[in-house]
Design a protein around this ligand. Sequence first.
Ligand code: LMR
Length: 394
Amino acid sequence: MFEQLKEKPADKILALAQAYREDPRADKIDLGVGVYKTPEGVTPIMRAVKAAERQLWEVETTKAYTALTGDPAFLDAMVGLVLGEALARDQVSAIATPGGTGAVRQAFDLIRMVNPGARVFVSDPTWPNHLSILAHMGIEVVMYRYFDAETVGVDFSGMMADLDGLRAGDVVLLHGCCHNPTGANLNMTEWQAVVDLLNAKGALPMIDIAYQGFGDGLEADAAAVRYVAVNCPETLIAASCSKNFGIYRERTGILMAVAQDRALQRVAQGNLAYLNRQNYSFPPDHGARLVSMVLTDDALRADWQAELEEVRLGMLRLREQLAGELRRLSGSDRFGFIAQHRGMFSRLGATPEQVERLRAEHGIYMIGDSRINIAGLNETTVPVLARAMIDVGI
Ligand code: LMR
């Protein structure tokens, strides 16, 4: 059988991380994979997570299975973090998943199971792994315009024109905040118009929220998700704890299915549990338990929020510094969008050739579409990047 296997192309983001590791240059700069780093280049374990881990080591007495859906305390805490008070808990079905990617995959599985002909509309561009998973699952994809290379912001009229092609039962994948890879986000008026259109078409919103707390703050970043979940008959939400709790390798995420009709909640919950059982049985517990400990303990939660806020504000300062440096070097405001974008990423709008020159001549690594991870910078490397960008003609 194995002789029939064909080589698989490497994931672009992960291949770039490998190329960076293999580059012997001491002054290389990694702006690739979406992992937070301190100015010293370290991806820290957050203080509250470490404290929870210490406590857990003391109090945990068994490693027996939890529920098939994941620990109920984790599900309650995460539903609270993402949806706040917007909905009653009994309107939300939820399962713990291995990371946000696991939640995305389970959502696609649910969609395919219920409606094999559903098409999934995704933003152009989107996180490349959305496309890869959809292709792997044989689900039809329709791209909708999202990014305007001219304004380096959202092409909202293009987006609405493309979503006009929705049919009842289609799914629209939206980034809840901190759009990956562009950093350009819808404002609330635009979210409202999207919701009106989806409801008029009978389409289902699916929201991927992997960076809550990295944009405008924990509550502000959840505002759009809450608006959609309250105003659409049904919503799927895939949320990740990898970034905002910094527990990437623990694989901690949640899939939520929200229904206005409470009678649907019970059967949706059963179907989500079924999908966990089919795909991997019980979801990982360690990271989920740390998250629920942090979220349900006042002191740990306050410390986590404070540290997350330091991370967010640090990235905003780097955005301001980079935009300022480029204003000075270019004598123009054409890089002002870097300070306007939100989250970990910005798409610079450089050509693949310019991105390649940055890597070859300056040792600066970014994704081929010119997405940079802001957290890969620090005060010293911002001017280095700015000079290199001007040097290659961006
Ligand atoms: C990214 O976009 O860089 C992150 O979400 C990490 C990943 O798995 O691709």
